[in-house]
Design a protein around this ligand. Structure first.
Ligand SMILES: Cc1cc2nc3c(=O)[nH]c(=O)nc-3n(C[C@H](O)[C@H](O)[C@H](O)COP(=O)(O)O)c2cc1C
Length: 221
């Protein structure tokens, strides 16, 4: 059975709106597909190694064709361990608030650890990056207090949030991406009503995904 990795990026310990919307999506999907294997990665609690020193050196060794020394090999093995959990999933569900125009720092740290040559990407000097992940799907739940796509920029902020996530996923080979947006979550006349609408949309998208999956012979893709 396919595996879905749910990556929770809001550092709020209670009341994360992006996480709530993602949970409704996931609950609906799991109701339809009880055998779906779900792995939850709570970035608030996850013991993420610092990406520095020997880990950076190991990455640069791979980029420049050099051999790891013993400490760099240990550092690289730890990177592979963290990245393998990500690579092993078939589907991704990200709950991600906008932070200062971009993504929360714990998610950026996670991406810096797992996005590695030979694991998620290759680099051809003539043609550029090659995504190594195949047949994956990502659902992004995106929240922001003031920013919205239909609001004037830069007055209400500039989107380095969805654009960054999409370009990173594309570079890793994930091009099938759907979005659920609750934007703006604060600077709007009816935040509670908009939140309800976003939750309903999450349930609808889960059913759309379930139908698409079962429409293809019940095979998750
Ligand atoms: C540190 C921090 C930075 C934020 N930066 C932005 C921002 O740049 N633009 C914006 O529209 N909202 C910003 N917000 C508001 C959140 O994106 C918004 O409240 C969102 O709904 C929170 O989602 P969550 O409940 O899942 O954490 C920021 C909030 C925090 C705590």
């Amino acid at each position: 059975m396919a595996k879905l990795l749910f990556i929770q990026a809001s550092p709020r310990t209670i009341g994360s709106q992006s996480q709530k919307i993602a949970e409704i999506y996931l609950d609906t999907l799991c109701t339809q597909i009880p055998k779906l294997e779900v792995d939850t990665l709570d970035l608030r609690k996850e013991d993420l190694p610092a990406f520095d020193g020997d880990k950076v050196a190991a990455k640069m060794n791979l980029m420049t064709g050099k051999v790891h020394d013993a400490d760099q090999q240990i550092a690289w093995d730890r990177i592979v361990e963290v990245a393998s959990r990500f690579i092993s999933a078939d589907r991704y569900l990200f709950s991600v608030p906008m932070w200062n125009g971009g993504i929360p720092y714990r998610l950026k740290q996670y991406i810096d650890i797992i996005h590695q040559p030979g694991l998620t990407f290759g680099l051809n000097p003539e043609s550029g990056y090659i995504g190594l992940l195949k047949n994956k799907h990502a659902t992004l739940v995106l929240t922001s207090g003031a920013f919205a796509q239909n609001r004037p920029a830069p007055a209400f902020g500039v989107d380095h949030h969805s654009t960054y996530l999409r370009s990173w996923l594309n570079q890793a080979g994930v091009s099938a991406i759907d979005e659920l947006r609750f934007q703006p979550s604060l600077v709007t006349p009816d935040p509670a009503g908009e939140f309800e609408r976003a939750k309903q949309e999450a349930g609808r998208l889960a059913l759309t995904h379930w139908r698409a999956l079962t429409g293809s012979g019940g095979k998750l893709q």
